[in-house]
Design a protein around this ligand. Structure first.
Ligand code: ZN
Length: 390
């Protein structure tokens, strides 16, 4: 198979030849300007390390089946995702165990599926009970860290838990983080009401990421110190951010990226299981939520506390370019290289021998210069095969 496109990193027009599931050759081709304009960009496929479900089905659910998990993953083909981390949020032990066993069974049933699901992040249940930091995680299931429980969950997952987001204000947090880190799982700070000393102790104990920094937080905070500055200033922490245009204002996205530098920033969609549904109120695994007409997903009954996201990660790439004045290559590094490095995931690539896991897409400019371009997927290629086409 061969395909033509503009390299995402240099803009050069190339022919990409694929043999089996690998890229075999990438060579420049001469085309006129008009033809070049018409061609899509070609890049390694996107990687989303926080994505919760789709079309009314959450991964974190007592009725998840291996078939449903596989269906959700297939829906992500349209987003140009070649690797994703099906994410579980706070639930009872029984529901978490069921979800983990089910995802593990789906992985065991198909090596292709297993390769796509690059580890399971578990967000919660060891989160702050305070309104604001807790976000949409159900109060009755938020609890202090429990190493025995975590080990049983990891067992249910067949060792596939790779990322664990927790609050860090509990007395036992540093000891717990140390154990989880030593077991090979990346610990992230999130949904926290921790103070400066807690944050420092958590990072000293091994925490390496701040999950969706700036969200899952109090609506009002002391100007300083507070847990956002503390995490922003600690160079040992990378951050994940939801640049969907709803979760963080453009100025915050830009400031976070400048403070952390590109290499410590990871774009996530945090896509809710309700993504893809029409506006209205829904009962989700984590309580009543509402999809507003503008696409924002909020805890039902108010307008301020967001309950997840409804835009795929490509939207975040396009927004980050606009908000932080980044090149396409720079913005994509936060959705390919950086998540791959954090969780040791093998990405696709454009060198001979690289996995042929690619995305072809357009960056559609809008008439208004202040509006971000649109990331439009043209096709998604997985293991050398076109799995989705516009
Ligand atoms: Zn969250």
């Amino acid at each position: 198979m061969q395909l033509f496109g503009k390299r995402y990193d240099t803009g050069e027009t190339v022919r990409v030849q694929i043999a089996g599931d690998k890229v075999s050759q990438v060579s420049p081709v001469q085309v006129d300007t008009e033809e070049s304009e018409r061609l899509p960009f070609v890049a390694p496929g996107l990687i989303d390390i926080q994505i919760n479900g789709y079309g009314g089905q959450e991964f974190s659910s007592g009725d998840l089946t291996p078939q449903k998990a596989a269906e959700i993953i297939r829906a992500y083909d349209a987003f140009g995702l070649v690797r994703c981390c099906p994410t579980l949020f706070t639930q009872s032990f029984e529901v978490l165990r069921h979800s983990l066993e089910t995802i593990a069974a789906a992985c065991e049933s198909s090596s292709a599926l297993s390769r796509r699901m690059a580890g399971i992040p578990v967000e919660g249940p060891y989160l702050s009970k305070e309104d604001g930091p807790r976000g949409a995680h159900p109060l009755e299931h938020c609890r202090p860290p429990d190493w025995d429980e975590f080990q049983r969950l990891q067992e249910a997952a067949g060792g596939r838990i790779r990322l664990h987001t927790m609050s860090v204000e509990f007395d036992q947090s540093p000891a717990f983080i140390d154990r989880v880190t030593r077991s090979g799982v990346v610990v992230a700070i999130g949904h926290t009401s921790a103070d400066s000393a807690h944050i420092r102790a958590a990072v000293d104990a091994g925490a390496r990421l701040s999950t969706h920094l700036g969200n899952g937080a109090h609506p009002m905070l002391p100007r300083h110190p507070n847990y956002i500055w503390d995490q922003l200033a600690d160079d040992r922490l990378a951050i994940s951010l939801i640049a969907d245009g709803h979760h963080l204002p453009p100025e915050v996205v830009k400031t976070f990226i400048c403070a952390k530098t590109l290499k410590r920033c990871i774009l996530i969609s945090d896509l809710s299981g309700l993504a893809g549904l029409a506006p209205g109120q829904y009962r989700a695994g984590h309580g009543r939520v509402e999809i507003l007409p503008d696409g924002r997903l909020v805890v039902a009954g108010q307008r301020k506390i967001l309950a997840g996201a409804s835009r795929p990660i490509g939207t975040g790439v396009a927004n980050a370019m606009q908000f932080a004045k980044l090149s396409l290559k720079e913005a994509l590094s936060m959705a390919i290289d950086n998540p791959a490095n954090l969780l040791d995931i093998e990405p696709g690539g454009l060198e001979p021998g690289d996995p042929a896991d690619l995305v072809l897409f357009n960056m559609a400019k809008t008439a208004d210069q202040n509006t971000p371009p649109q990331f439009q997927v043209r096709s998604t290629i997985l293991a050398g095969k076109v799995v989705w086409e516009a």
